[in-house]
Design a protein around this ligand. Sequence first.
Ligand code: DGP
Length: 141
Amino acid sequence: MSYDENNVFAQILRGELPAHIVAEDDLSVAFMDAMPQSPGHTLVIPKEQAKDIFSISQVVLQHVILQTQRVARAVDQAFNPAGVMIVQLNRVGAGQSVFHLHFHIIPRWKGLDMKFHARTFEDTNVLAKHAKCIKGALDKN
Ligand code: DGP
């Protein structure tokens, strides 16, 4: 399967779809997952067109991983969870549903089960509030 330029993350990168962006640089963008599995669920994506981890350039992958660490640190500080899960899915067989490489940052709390993957859209006001908290933490780092 080749890269589909009309996938939702490609549309977000082109500014054709709205997103609650928390960080952006030359090579990557981080924004709130619209269907969060827990409060603070954030995605980090490369600007390079790559459908999965196998098709990204090494240079950009290194950058995106470092950016994932940076954003995850801010999510950790903003939400103070018991733990932080970093997840990355490749191909339908692993559950991937958007075919533009992305890393999930998912805060976890004891006693709070994760919601189903890519199932229910969160209220946009809630996402905006969470994005603001993460941006605030990023500004302090
Ligand atoms: P994956 O299944 O690993 O490809 O995860 C895709 C994630 O993307 C899933 O958690 C839901 C999220 N998602 C799907 N559509 C949109 C969208 O239009 N905007 C945002 N921000 N997230 C989306």
